[in-house]
Structures are given as structure tokens and as C-alpha cells.
Design a protein around this ligand. Structure first.
Ligand SMILES: Nc1nc2c(ncn2[C@@H]2O[C@H](COP(=O)(O)OP(=O)(O)OP(=O)(O)O)[C@@H](O)[C@H]2O)c(=O)[nH]1
Ligand SMILES: [Mg+2]
Length: 439
């Protein structure tokens, strides 16, 4: 069991003074979808979710980051003075720093801890994971982040004081040996694989039952849990904090005409989602990948609405690519339209993307959403027959994961498969599609 990962939680209680942090960003022309201010706003929201408070922001424009310290030497000295003047406990860089950059900056700032955006996100995940699976996933992501940062970092790793960034990487003094950490990762991954197997089996039995699976995806804080709560009359934690939901929750949802479907709420997305987290949360994110329809929930009051929409689309695309699957149909759900601020975004949302405006708070628009989902589901699945060449036997396992396989016959010219599936699965196998009688 993962007795030592993560270590005991040292979440500051309400009466503890929040840690004071300075946020640092370097403006680079690196093609990121968010501008510096918006990214820093998001970093500040992450910091607050982790229990800290921002006392200052520092921005530097550079062509490329300074190799040793990310920001330039002059700026670093300015940062040191600012830390002293404001009695900052923490400096958070809005990027991923290399181990030596953290060490070098810390050695100049002396008593101030230095963390990066990834550590902050990992810290929040470590706080919010509630189930065994979620905790395992976070622990693995933490250790994978820590692993390349181990060598020559004895001091940094033994910091045990608690506070933001100490729940994640660099949290137990035992982890001073790379081999030890590697063994631990392997062991946790084995445990996770067991749990993932269970999840896969569950998914397959749902598939066999022919019940449609709908998933709620979207940026963190968009209102996914609130929407599930509204339509399923449930009470999943929904709050104005980032990554409130980490563990997927599936509910039966009885639709007025279509009947019962399964609705899954899961972990939210964010710009530059750390790749260790995407890897570790693969089995959780598979709930989205293997669903029949994705409701992409968007906060229509968000000033960075279109950028966040694109970030979600990119993440979804990446998830489908990782599984080598054609993307599921997406229905865009523009949420929080009870609020005035949503007007502009609703009006400027691209007409080519099918969207429905709702409010998960008041229920406005939910009826129209339900109607549209029912139509889409009715159009979605039918029976197909494929003749897979023996060299393409791997495609059969795709069908087992995504379709209801009714019959499999091994013939001389290939594997004849009859399966009920959606058009995207059928589309990815269209080269092998035949009529039931023959080619
Ligand atoms: N005004 C308004 N607020 C909403 C609406 N939907 C959600 N909220 C609020 O938005 C905040 C985030 O809602 P959640 O349902 O927790 O969002 P989520 O997408 O599940 O977030 P994560 O689990 O963190 O990814 C909460 O404070 C909700 O009360 C809405 O339609 N209108
Ligand atoms: Mg949620």
C-alpha cells in the first residue's frame, strides 16, 4: 500500500496565516494560448485554492529563459529584495523549472521556498484526491516529477515543514534514492493497474449492456459537477475552487424519452496540464475518451472563454490521440448563462460548433440540452460488420473496448466481426466494413 506517499497532510487550518507568495512570469513567445496576465490570474487562483495569498507579481520579458535561473540576474536580485520587503514565504514561477533552476534561485533567495506551476497543481491534486485510485494517481505523478529532481538535492528534499508545494514533490526524507523511488513508482503503478483493470471491466460491462455513456468534460470550475447535480439531483461537491473534482463519479440518468444513460463527471482541465498528471490520470480520463458523447462544459462568463475552449479541445484531441481513437462527438454546453457577463461570449461563440446555453444553477436551458442529447443519442449507434485482415488483429481489441461485439469468426481471409458501435468507431474501421452477407 502507499503508506508513505503522500505523507500526512499539513493543510493549513483556517486560523493559520496563509503563506505569502510572489508570482513570477517570463513573457516568451512560445505559442501559449493564454497571455501573461491571464496565466498569472490563473496561477493566483491556483495559489488561493492551495491556501496561499499573492502579495506581488513580477514579470520579465525575455527572448528565452536564462539557463541557470530562468529570470535574469538583475531581476533575481530585485526578487530577493521584494521577498524581504514583503516577508514572502514562497515564490511561484508560472512555468516548469528544472531542478538546477530551483536550486540556483533558492540559493539567492535564501529562506524563501521556490516552486513552479506544476508543483502547485500537484499540491492541489494531493489535497483533493479522496479515493484510493485518485490518491495513487497523484502519488505516481508526484514521484515521477520528483525522480529527475532527486540528485544532489538532499536538503531540498528533506524540507518537512509543510505548506504549499511540500505535499507534492520533495515531501519525504526517505526519498533520497532514485532506485527506491523507481521501485515505489513501479509498485504504485501495479496497484493502479489493478484498479484500472476493474474500471475497464466495469466499462466493458456497461458497453455490453448497451447503455449510452455521456461524459462531462471541461475547464476546471466550469460547472461540470453542478450540471450533473442539477440533472441527476445529486450532491457532488461543487465549489468555487479549482480541481474540486478529481475522482470520476458516474450516475444513472433517466432521460424523459431516451431512457437511462450513464453520466460521468470527472477531473477538470487547465492550461498546460502537467503531463505527469495526464499520464497518471489516464484511466480516469479514459472515462471521457470511451464515452459516446462529450458534453464540453464552458464557463460563458470567463474573460478567456475562447482560449479556454481551445485549450479543452486540444487536451481532448491529445487524449484521443493517446488512445488512437477517432474523437467522440462534442456538444458544447455554455454554462452560467444566468449571469449578465455571459452575454458577449454567448453571442460570439463560433456558429459552426453545436452549442446549448444553460445555467446549472437555475436550470435555464437544461430542457433544451436534454432534448438535443436525446436526438444525438438516437442517431448514434447501429450494427456493423467488419472483415479484419489477420495482420490487423489489434483492431479487434479496439472494438472490444469501444463497441458491443456480438460475433467473431476466424476465417481464412480474416476475422469477421459483427458489432454494434457508433459512427466514429465504424469510421476508423471503414476500410474493413462489409455487409453482413459479404464484401
Ligand atoms: N452563477 C452560476 N454559477 C455556477 C453555475 N454552474 C456552476 N456554478 C458555480 O461555479 C463554481 C464551480 O462549479 P463546479 O460545478 O464545482 O465546477 P467543476 O467544473 O465541477 O469544477 P472542477 O471540479 O474544479 O473541475 C461553483 O461555485 C458553482 O456554484 C451556473 O450555471 N451559474
Ligand atoms: Mg467538479
Amino acid at each position: 500500500m502507499f503508506d508513505k506517499v503522500p505523507t500526512e497532510k499539513t493543510v493549513p487550518t483556517e486560523d493559520q496565516t496563509p503563506e505569502k507568495a510572489i508570482l513570477v512570469s517570463v513573457v516568451l513567445d512560445d505559442g501559449d494560448l493564454m497571455d501573461t496576465d491571464a496565466s498569472l490570474d490563473e496561477l493566483e487562483a491556483l495559489l488561493e485554492t492551495a491556501g496561499g495569498v499573492c502579495v506581488a507579481r513580477m514579470v520579465q520579458s525575455r527572448q528565452k529563459p536564462e539557463h541557470a535561473t530562468y529570470i535574469g540576474t538583475g531581476k533575481l536580485l530585485e526578487l530577493r529584495d521584494l521577498c524581504m520587503a514583503l516577508s514572502a514565504d514562497l515564490v511561484v514561477f508560472d512555468c516548469e523549472l528544472s531542478p538546477s533552476q530551483i536550486r540556483n534561485v533558492e540559493s539567492v533567495l535564501e529562506d524563501v521556498r521556490v516552486i513552479d506551476r506544476t508543483v502547485l497543481i500537484l499540491d492541489i491534486f494531493a489535497r483533493n484526491a479522496k479515493t484510493g485510485e485518485g490518491m495513487l494517481q497523484v502519488a505516481i505523478a508526484n514521484l515521477k516529477y520528483t525522480l529527475p529532481r532527486l540528485s544532489g538535492q538532499g536538503e531540498a528534499l528533506s524540507r518537512q515543514g509543510g505548506g504549499i508545494g511540500t505535499r507534492g514533490p520533495g515531501e519525504t526524507k526517505l526519498e533520497t534514492d532514485r532506485r527506491h523511488v523507481k521501485r515505489k513508482i513501479a509498485k504504485l503503478e501495479e496497484e493502479l493497474a489493478e484498479l484500472s483493470k476493474k474500471r475497464r471491466t466495469q466499462r466493458k460491462s456497461r458497453e455490453k449492456s448497451g447503455i449510452f455513456r455521456i461524459s462531462l468534460a471541461g475547464y476546471t470550475n466550469a460547472g461540470k459537477s453542478s450540471l450533473l447535480n442539477y440533472v441527476c439531483q445529486d450532491s457532488i461537491l461543487a465549489e468555487n475552487k479549482l480541481f474540486a473534482t478529481l475522482d470520476p463519479t458516474t450516475r444513472r440518468w433517466r432521460m424523459p424519452e431516451f431512457g437511462e444513460v450513464l453520466l460521468t463527471d470527472t477531473v477538470g482541465f487547465i492550461n498546460r496540464l502537467p503531463h505527469h498528471l495526464v499520464e497518471a490520470f489516464q484511466s480516469t480520463l479514459d472515462e471521457v475518451v470511451f464515452s459516446d458523447l462529450i458534453l464540453l462544459v464552458l464557463d460563458a462568463t470567463d474573460p478567456k472563454f475562447l482560449q479556454k475552449t481551445e485549450i479543452c479541445e486540444r487536451i481532448l484531441q491529445e487524449l484521443f490521440n493517446r488512445r488512437d481513437l477517432v474523437p467522440a462527438p462534442i456538444l458544447y454546453v455554455l454554462n452560467k448563462t444566468d449571469l449578465e457577463e455571459s452575454r458577449f461570449n454567448v453571442a460570439s461563440f463560433p456558429k459552426g460548433k453545436e452549442s446549448v446555453c444553460v445555467s446549472a444553477k437555475t436550470g435555464k436551458g437544461v430542457e433544451a440540452l436534454v432534448k438535443r442529447i436525446e436526438q444525438l443519442l438516437k442517431e448514434a449507434k447501429k450494427e456493423y460488420c467488419f472483415l479484419l485482415p489477420h495482420s490487423q488483429g489489434g483492431k479487434l481489441s479496439i472494438l472490444y473496448q469501444t463497441a458491443n461485439v456480438k460475433e467473431v469468426e476466424y476465417e481464412t481471409e480474416g476475422i469477421r466481426v459483427t458489432a454494434v458501435c457508433d459512427s466514429r468507431t465504424a469510421g476508423s474501421l471503414s476500410a474493413y466494413e462489409i455487409t453482413s452477407q459479404g464484401r
